[in-house]
Design a protein around this ligand. Structure first.
Ligand code: BGC
Length: 348
């Protein structure tokens, strides 16, 4: 079978290579790949900035936003040939820490978790893959190819779950949410905000292409001014930051409502420095009882939340998020972002 692999921490090492077909172990599904979403993390790994090969191996099979069709399933597993599935990304650390022991592997406390296609376990960018039934999520057949949005939707469902947990520490009836970044995470965050009946605003630097139209189609408002201008004007109760851009993060922290909750979801590249008035930011956060949360990954509960959110969404709107489809062999073009991209998908 063909697989897209990289030599971690080595820029330009991505290639499609032949690998032996995987053999499912007891309790595992054998799955034929249908599609694979490409995200910023994959690009970082391909650029040599992130990623770990499995123990004893040099190369890592890339890919964590999976969609596949079951070829074989263990008897009595609840899965059957032909089912559409997505594989969960993270596995608990082997110790395990208290969070991982309770199924909250997205909240791992010792950093020894592993992740398919990212950290020490081969990913899903291969024509065939296996997955433990306990870490396979069934996708409603009506979603079809849109099931490839399951993993990013799970990340967003977790972010909202975190916001709601934190919000409930006092009276909490948020009205207005600002999402910074109109990529797949930002768009799905906006969708889940609209589904909650909130007034949703999305900010991105582009002012043309598919992003403004997709935001409008959701009934949300699109902005392309600076995060400072928009934040000052709107004073959102909730900010979901999905750019990872230092200036945008600083503005998100500074310009929100009293009791504002800022949820950071973008994994920035470290090393670029900007000037921030930390004293001023601290004063606002303290005097307003604001909270800044980091949120990464998702556990099985969030996949279930994501499933409900995708099922309730307009399929045509979800389809508008997939702006490019690229065959596995042309992975290099998929790994190169284009200005009008929302979600780029590899097809098999
Ligand atoms: C993935 C997460 C993962 C994170 C950090 C993200 O791109 O969606 O599942 O936990 O990268 O590795």
């Amino acid at each position: 079978m063909k697989a897209l692999t990289v030599l971690p921490l080595t820029a330009g090492s991505a290639r499609v290579e032949d690998r032996p077909d995987p053999v499912p172990a007891a309790g595992e599904l054998l799955v034929e790949a249908v599609a694979l979403g490409v995200c910023g993390t994959d690009r970082e790994i391909a650029d040599g900035e992130y990623g770990w090969a499995p123990p004893g191996a040099d190369r890592l099979v890339l890919g964590h936003e999976s969609l596949g069709r079951v070829r074989t399933a263990p008897a009595g597993s609840g899965f059957a040939e032909g089912d559409l599935v997505a594989g969960v990304v993270r596995r608990p650390d082997p110790v395990p820490c208290g969070a991982c022991a309770r199924g909250e592997f997205d909240m791992c406390r010792n950093g020894k978790y592993t992740e398919r296609g990212i950290k020490e376990i081969d990913g899903y960018a291969s024509e065939l893959w296996t997955v433990e039934t306990a870490y396979a999520v069934k996708i409603d057949k009506r979603l079809g190819e849109l099931g490839v949005l399951m993993e990013p939707a799970s990340v967003v469902a977790k972010a909202w779950d975190q916001i709601e947990h934190v919000g409930k520490r006092s009276w909490f009836e948020p009205q207005r949410v600002l999402v910074t970044g109109a990529g797949p995470i930002g768009m799905l965050a906006a969708l889940l905000g609209v589904q909650r009946g909130l007034e949703v605003h999305v900010l991105d630097r582009v002012d043309a292409g598919p992003k403004p139209a997709a935001v409008a189609a959701l009934g949300a408002t699109y902005h392309s001014e600076s995060a400072r201008e928009v934040g000052e004007r709107l004073r959102p109760d909730i900010v979901i930051e999905a750019t990872g851009v230092p200036e945008v993060i600083a503005d998100a922290l500074a310009h929100n409502a009293e009791y504002g909750i800022v949820c950071l979801t973008g994994v920035s590249t470290a090393g670029r420095k900007i000037h921030v008035d930390v004293g001023g930011a601290n004063r606002d956060i303290v005097l307003e009882n604001d909270v800044v949360i980091g949120s990464v990954n998702a556990n099985l509960k969030h996949y279930a939340d994501a499933e409900r959110a995708l099922a309730a969404a307009d399929p045509a709107w979800l389809g508008s998020l997939i702006t490019r489809r690229v065959q596995l062999e042309d992975y290099a073009t998929a790994l190169k972002p284009e200005p009008d991209d929302i979600k780029v998908v590899l097809t098999f």
